[in-house]
Design a protein around this ligand. Structure first.
Ligand code: ADP
Ligand code: MG
Length: 322
């Protein structure tokens, strides 16, 4: 949509991946009011980015929301049939999508910007042979006592003990292969919409009999964000989270923030184990894949710094080497 508006980020296509802190209170509270308030606060920052002229696509996590749905499933299992995990993912894409649509429309209006916002229910293709399906390792939902875990293991679910805190269900977290509905997101972007897609990493599906079938899995939202960013031809990927930088030596007295760096250095630090699996690890992996796959700039930063990160002035940043 290169409209030559003279705005600082005119026509720059950007994908912003929103973390849990954009959708739940700082204490992790996921009441409807807390979720709406967190989304509203996040959309103020996204609206600033749009007002600066960027062409924005959004994606988001859904961990706490899926956790709540799983609890409803469990508590109500004798009354209404539990629904599969891929359905839970689809439901959260819709509810978070609507919260974003409403909040972003309002934040844009306050800046005198009138732009349509749309959320696309998005499927993500995964490999039925992914290791995660035979050895599930991603914990979902809350901790439960052993007796409760046993009840669900008898129904075929995998659960694991986590010491004192109890048991949690574990599911596959297969690598995303393709964002199947990226073309719909692309069409909306090209038509001037701000688009929300691949929420929660996308609804995981496998190929089956010439179509697709949902699977009991969750896709990492940072890895899905990276695929979506490339598929949309975004120049910049920003992973917005609750810390301004990735830290080297995280959790040690010598922890230090990582500012602008190179893909080579970031890769070496990742290999040396500086970024925890399941949290900072996939974000770093996403940055590396994005610039190696032809993206121009990729950053990890906090929600309030996203515009500066797009401008290359905040966060942990790497750029494609010419
Ligand atoms: P999001 O919901 O945004 O994906 P995560 O909790 O998955 O958030 O990831 C962000 C968290 O990663 C930080 O709050 C921090 O606790 C953790 N973390 C792990 N390793 C690092 C690191 N090397 N530097 C900074 N944060 C780290
Ligand atoms: Mg995360």
């Amino acid at each position: 949509m290169n409209s030559h508006t003279g705005l600082p980020l005119d026509g720059e296509r950007v994908l912003i991946a929103l973390g849990g802190n954009a959708m739940t209170a700082p204490d992790g509270s996921a009441t409807p009011a807390a979720q709406a308030a967190a989304v509203a606060a996040a959309m103020e920052h996204v609206a600033d980015l749009v007002a600066a002229g960027a062409e924005v696509a959004l994606t988001h996590g859904n961990g706490p929301q899926v956790g709540n749905l799983l609890i409803k499933n469990q508590l109500a299992a004798s009354v209404v049939p539990p629904v599969p995990l891929d359905w839970c993912g689809a439901q959260t894409q819709a509810t978070i999508g609507v919260l974003i649509m409403n909040a972003l429309t309002r934040a844009l209006a306050a800046r005198g910007v009138s732009r349509p916002v749309a959320a696309v229910v998005t499927r993500t293709l995964v490999d039925a042979a992914d290791r995660g399906f035979t050895d599930p390792g991603k914990p979902v939902g809350r901790y439960f006592p052993a007796a409760e875990a046993e009840r669900f293991m008898a129904m075929g679910q995998s659960w694991k003990p986590f010491g004192e805190r109890g048991w949690r269900r574990v599911v596959a977290s297969p690598d995303p292969l393709e964002i199947l509905d990226a073309a719909a997101a692309e069409a909306l972007l090209a038509a001037g919409h701000i688009v929300v897609a691949a929420g929660g990493g996308g609804v995981p599906v496998v190929r089956a009999n010439g179509t697709f079938r949902g699977v009991e899995a969750v896709v990492d939202k940072d890895l899905a964000a990276e695929l979506l960013a490339r598929r949309l031809g975004a120049g910049t990927l920003v992973i917005a989270t609750d810390v301004e930088h990735a830290l080297v030596g995280y959790g040690t007295p010598r922890a230090r923030p990582l500012h602008r760096t190179t893909a080579a250095e970031l890769r070496a630090l990742a290999a040396a184990g500086h970024f925890a699996g399941g949290s900072m690890g996939p974000k770093v992996r996403a940055l590396l894949s994005f610039v190696e796959g032809g993206g121009r700039r990729a950053a990890i930063t906090s929600l309030d710094r996203i515009t500066e990160a797009v401008e290359g002035k905040a966060g942990t940043i790497i750029e494609r080497e010419e």
